[in-house]
Write a protein that binds this ligand. Structure first.
Ligand code: BG6
Length: 489
């Protein structure tokens, strides 16, 4: 679709940036906080890049006022952050830790006082360790009342001060990494258990949404999903069918449950055939269909390209097959002992010959962003809040104290332009949060892979002085916000 002139961004558009508790806060045992599964996992030798962890991270817990002052200086309209469950309820289900809860109340107040709208994520992967030990984490339905209690504590303490709430961050990613690829806690490699845990999370998501609507009828709530469009390698009909399979496997498996309350049929039958489908009781069905999100959070990094499954495909042999990557949470490719995987008969992931990649091998696909926004809006008819999008890169602090991150500026510019086109196409959008505001800990790539508008002076070996230094992209985004994106053409 070509336009002579693009629509303006809505006046109320929330230009934001995002983070997650474990990646920024530090203060891992301060003021009564209990341990999370990440506090334990990151200490296991060999599990994270150079043994990095979030014990100190960028010390946002102690420096949040400085960080919020920088957001205000930038003119940021929204800041998406997550709450560490074990800071609020140290063992996940017992007494509330008032000091931990107060940190988030203070953060929200500070943001509002500085004209920045807080966007709160309830769960960004740091499950209280006690719940993992006691119940086996998300594999047990016994965790659901604990999650509800935690949500209730936040709904009560923060209430209408936060308008947009996120339930789960990238359920597709943390279940795959944690229960299939063993690269996140609880380091399980078992598909049946993965689909079971995923189902329990769906139920917890539905409970959290229903409770929210009861308690805070003026607010908005939805999940944040790691969405990527799936392309067929070319117009071979077999490859188009493979793309449809991949879409159901990678996207609809979650999005349909969030929005329709049911699992997509082809994928469910495929899992049943393999004996790994989750058990859905009639009561589950009632719950899942009762909980409707008010908007959809979309995290976009890249999609994937597929061709006909490797069992039937005999004609196309000259393309590059995607290798399994332990640090790329999206569209991983099973091989060897993982070959008994449900996607083997469905599709095969290949490199896209038209796309360049980042230093970490992630495809750069701004048009895919527009495709994603349109697909989601056309299918589910809910407003979209982009809750993550950004470029991980190695940034250099120059001798003159500047960081010339033009590569990031180009990346964001191209993606925001495609988002503007999607709005012109007719997609209803609430806002856009770049990942991330400051540099922060990458779960598996330490402090080397940076995403922020603000450089944080630390590395994998040393905390240095943790000074905050705005990068060139900081001033670029500041200018963009001041013009409400009118300069992005
Ligand atoms: C998303 C997560 O998957 O991608 C973030 O929600 C994460 O928490 C981001 O940091 C970037 O991933 P990575 O592996 O490059 O740090």
């Amino acid at each position: 679709m070509f336009y002579e002139k693009l629509d303006q961004f809505p006046e109320s558009f929330l230009w934001g940036a995002a983070s997650a508790a474990y990646q920024v806060e530090g203060a891992f045992d301060a003021d009564g906080k209990g341990p999370s599964i990440w506090d334990e996992f990151s200490k296991i030798p060999g599990k994270t890049f150079k043994g990095t962890n979030g014990d100190v991270a960028i010390d946002h817990y102690h420096r949040y006022k400085e960080d919020v002052a920088l957001m205000a200086k930038m003119g940021l309209k929204a800041y998406r952050f997550s709450v560490a469950w074990s800071r609020v309820i140290p063992d996940g289900e017992g007494e509330i830790n008032q000091a931990g809860l107060q940190f988030y109340v203070d953060l929200v107040d500070e943001l509002i006082a500085n004209g920045v709208e807080p966007v709160l994520t309830l769960y960004h992967w740091d499950l209280p360790l006690a719940l993992q030990t006691k119940y086996g984490g998300w594999e047990s339905r016994e965790i659901i009342p604990a999650f509800k209690k935690y949500c209730q504590a936040l709904y009560e303490a923060i209430g209408d001060k936060v308008k947009h709430w996120i339930t789960f961050n990238e359920q597709n990613v943390f279940t795959a990494m944690g229960y299939r690829w063993e690269t996140h806690p609880p380091k399980v490699s078992d598909l049946k258990r993965m689909y079971q845990a995923n189902h329990v999370i769906n139920l917890a998501n539905a409970e959290a949404i229903n409770l929210f609507h009861d308690m805070l009828p003026n607010g908005k709530i939805g999940p944040s999903f790691g969405y990527g469009p799936t392309y067929g390698l070319n117009a071979r009909p077999e490859n188009i069918l493979a793309a449809a399979n991949s879409h159901e496997f990678n996207n609809s498996w979650w999005m349909d449950v969030y929005c329709k309350g049911t699992y997509p049929k082809f994928m469910y039958k495929q899992l049943e055939r393999l004996g790994i489908a989750p058990e859905v009781t009639p009561a589950d069905h009632v719950l899942l269909t009762s909980a409707k999100p008010d908007f959809l959070g979309i995290n976009y990094y890249h999609g994937g390209t597929v061709r006909e499954n490797r069992i039937e495909n005999t004609s196309e042999t000259d393309v590059e097959i995607k290798e399994f990557s332990a640090t790329d949470p999206y569209l991983m490719q099973p091989k060897d002992e993982q070959a008994q995987s449900p996607e083997i008969p469905m599709f095969e992931t290949v490199s896209n010959p038209h796309l360049k990649t980042t230093e970490w091998g992630w495809e750069i696909d701004p048009v895919g962003f527009r495709v994603a926004l349109r697909e989601v809006y056309a299918t589910y008819d809910l407003p979209i809040f982009v809750t993550e999008n950004g470029l991980g890169a190695i940034d250099i602090l120059e001798e003159d104290g500047s960081v010339q991150d033009d590569v990031r500026i180009n990346y964001l510019n191209e993606h925001i332009l495609e988002m503007r086109k999607a709005i012109t196409d007719g997609v209803e959008m609430i806002g856009y949060c770049a990942w991330s505001f400051t540099d922060l800990l990458s779960w598996l790539n330490g402090y080397k892979k940076r995403y922020g508008f603000v450089y944080v002076n630390r590395d994998d070996e040393s905390e240095k002085d943790l000074a905050r230094i705005p990068k060139k992209s900081f001033f670029w985004y500041q200018d963009l916000i001041a013009q409400n994106g009118a300069n992005i053409n």
